[in-house]
Design a protein around this ligand. Structure first.
Ligand code: AMP
Ligand code: ZN
Length: 468
C-alpha cells in the first residue's frame, strides 16, 4: 500500500512516489526570526514533524531542510528600530526557536540554513534569471517578470490574465488579489541602514522568495519530493518559489506540495499582525504542559482549521493522562496468561494506525487505533494479567507508535519515583492507623508537590501522576 497525499498543486489526492526509491527530500518553510514564534507557527512545524516521523516510520530515509529567514522586510525594520545589528537582533529568536522545538519534541531537520549565510547562492540564481530574460532591472532593484512564466498562478489557482502590465510590488507579504512582478533583489535604500551586501548585482539584499528557492536547491537538488508550509505560504511565497526555480533550471521544482490549515483564535488566523497570538513561552508560563500542546496541534487533521481554546487544553490533558496511565499499567501489569489475546489487539492497532496515516495523514484514525488498543489491552490485563512475551510485544509496539507521535509515554522525570511513592504511601497508611493525621496529611501534601495525586478507595490507596 502506498502513502497518499493531497497535493495542492494538482488539487487531488495522489500516491506518493519519491524520485529516489526509499528516500524523501523535503523542504519546510521555517520561521522569520524577527520575534518569538507563536503557536500558529508551531501548528505548521508539528504537522511537518508528523509527516517526517511518519515517513521514517514507513522506512524512508528523510532529508529535511528548514530555512531560518534572518533577513527580510520585518527583521530589518525591527533591528533598525532597536538600533542593533541584524545578527544581534535575530540571535535570541533563533535560540528560542530551537528550545521550543525541543519542548514540543519536534525532531530536528537535517539542515537549518540561514538566509544571511547563503547570499552568494541567491545572487547566482538571480543572475541566471537575468540571463534568461525572466528578470529585469528597475532602478537598483531586480524584479521577476511573472508574465514570462506560463505556469504562474498554477499552484494557487489564481488567474493572472487581468494583471496590469508591469505592475510591481516591493513589499514581501501582499494580498492574494495582487499578482505582480516581485523583487528578487532589492537595491539598497536608506531604510535598510547597514543591512546590505555588495555583490555582482549591486549593493542591496535578496527578496524573501529567492531565499527559499536558493537554499532548497542547494541542499536538495533542482528537483525534490515534498515542499510544505501553512496555507498562507501558497500565495505569493510558494507561487514565486516555483516561478523562480523552474525558470532557472527548466525542470520541475517539486512533486508534492502539502499545506496545513491555520490555527485560529475566535474565527481568525493566529498571527502577530492581529495581536491574537500566544508564544509557547506564554503558555508554559501559564503552566501548560508542552506535550498537551503537541497533542492539540497534532490531533486535528492538518488540512482542517483548528480553533485554539483552553477547554481544548484540558481535553488534551485528559487524553494524555489516559495514555500515560495505560503505559504504567502495562509496565506494572502482573504476570498472567493473556492467551494471545494481546497479539490480536496489537495487530489490529498496527494495521489501523498505518491505514489511517497512509491516507493523507488521517490522524483521527491513527489516534482511534491507539485508544481502541488502550481499552482492549487494559481489559485483558485486568482479567488475566499479561504473559511476559505479550508484554514485550506491547511495549515494543508502543515504542514504534511513539516514534511518530512522541507523547505516548509519561515524561521520564515523573517515572523516577515509583518505589518512593509506594514507601510514602505506606508511611501515610501507618500514620493514619496510628491516628497521626497531621503526619498523614503532610505526606499527602509532599506527594502532591511531587506530582502524585492520591485517591483513597475501598480496596486501598491508589495513586496517579498529575500533569503539571
Ligand atoms: P512565518 O514566520 O510567518 O514565515 O511563518 C512560518 C510558518 O508558520 C509558515 O509555514 C506559515 O505558513 C506558518 N503559519 C503562520 N501562521 C500560522 C497559523 N496561524 N496557523 C498555522 N500555520 C501558520
Ligand atoms: Zn519559504
Amino acid at each position: 500500500m502506498a502513502i497518499i497525499f493531497y497535493n495542492t498543486y494538482s488539487k487531488k489526492k495522489e500516491e506518493f512516489e519519491p524520485m529516489i526509491p526509499g528516500e524523501v527530500r523535503m523542504y519546510t518553510c521555517g520561521p522569520t526570526v524577527y520575534d518569538f514564534a507563536h503557536i500558529g507557527n508551531y501548528r505548521a512545524y508539528i504537522f511537518e514533524d508528523l509527516l517526517r516521523r511518519y515517513l521514517k516510520y514507513r522506512g524512508y530515509k528523510v532529508t529535511q531542510v528548514m530555512n531560518l529567514t534572518d533577513v527580510d522586510d520585518k527583521t530589518i525594520k525591527s533591528c533598525r528600530e532597536k538600533g542593533i545589528s541584524l545578527a544581534e537582533y535575530t540571535k535570541p529568536y533563533k535560540e528560542a526557536f530551537f528550545d521550543d522545538l525541543d519542548a514540543l519534541r519536534i525532531e530536528r531537520a537535517e539542515y537549518y540554513p540561514e538566509a544571511t549565510a547563503h547570499i552568494e547562492e541567491m545572487v547566482e540564481l538571480v543572475k541566471k534569471l537575468l540571463d534568461n530574460g525572466v528578470a529585469y532591472r528597475m532602478g537598483n532593484s531586480i524584479y521577476y517578470r511573472i508574465s514570462a512564466f506560463p505556469n504562474y498562478g498554477k499552484l494557487s489557482g489564481m488567474n493572472i490574465s487581468e494583471l496590469k502590465a508591469g505592475a510591481r510590488v516591493d513589499v514581501e507579504e501582499y494580498e492574494k488579489e495582487t499578482a505582480a512582478d516581485f523583487a528578487l533583489w532589492k537595491g539598497w535604500d536608506e531604510s535598510d541602514g547597514d543591512v546590505f551586501w555588495e555583490t555582482e548585482l549591486g549593493k542591496g539584499r535578496p527578496g524573501w522568495h529567492i531565499e527559499c528557492s536558493a537554499m532548497s536547491m542547494k541542499y536538495l537538488g533542482e528537483s525534490f519530493d515534498i515542499h510544505t508550509g501553512g496555507v498562507d505560504n501558497i500565495f505569493p511565497h510558494h507561487e514565486n518559489e516555483i516561478a523562480q526555480s523552474e525558470a532557472a533550471t527548466g525542470k520541475r521544482f517539486v512533486n508534492y506540495w502539502l499545506h496545513c490549515a491555520h490555527l485560529m483564535v475566535e474565527g481568525r488566523k493566529m498571527a502577530k499582525s492581529f495581536n491574537n497570538f500566544y508564544t509557547l513561552k506564554d503558555l508554559l508560563d501559564k503552566g501548560l504542559h508542552p506535550l498537551a500542546l503537541r497533542y492539540i496541534l497534532i490531533s486535528t487533521h492538518y488540512r482542517q482549521q483548528l480553533n485554539f481554546t483552553f477547554d481544548g487544553v484540558n481535553a488534551a490533558l485528559a487524553s494524555l493522562q489516559r495514555l500515560w496511565d495505560f503505559y504504567d499499567n502495562v509496565v506494572d501489569a502482573p504476570d498472567g496468561d493473556s492467551k494471545g489475546k494481546l497479539s490480536v489487539v496489537i495487530n489490529e492497532a498496527h494495521n489501523k494506525f498505518i491505514l489511517g496515516l497512509d491516507d493523507d495523514l488521517n490522524i483521527s484514525s491513527a489516534l482511534a487505533a491507539i485508544f481502541d488498543m488502550v481499552k482492549a489491552a487494559n481489559k485483558t490485563i485486568a482479567e488475566t494479567g499479561i504473559s511476559g512475551e505479550e508484554k514485550e510485544m506491547l511495549l515494543a509496539e508502543i515504542d514504534k507508535f511513539d516514534s511518530v507521535l512522541a507523547f505516548l509515554k509519561p515524561p521520564k522525570e515523573s517515572k523516577l519515583i515509583d518505589e518512593e511513592v509506594e514507601k510514602l504511601i505506606e508511611a501515610r497508611e501507618n500514620a493514619r492507623k496510628g491516628k497521626n493525621y497531621r503526619e498523614a496529611d503532610r505526606i499527602r501534601n509532599e506527594l502532591e508537590k511531587r506530582g502524585i495525586v492520591l485517591e483513597d478507595t475501598k480496596s486501598g490507596t491508589k495513586w496517579k501522576r498529575k500533569i503539571d
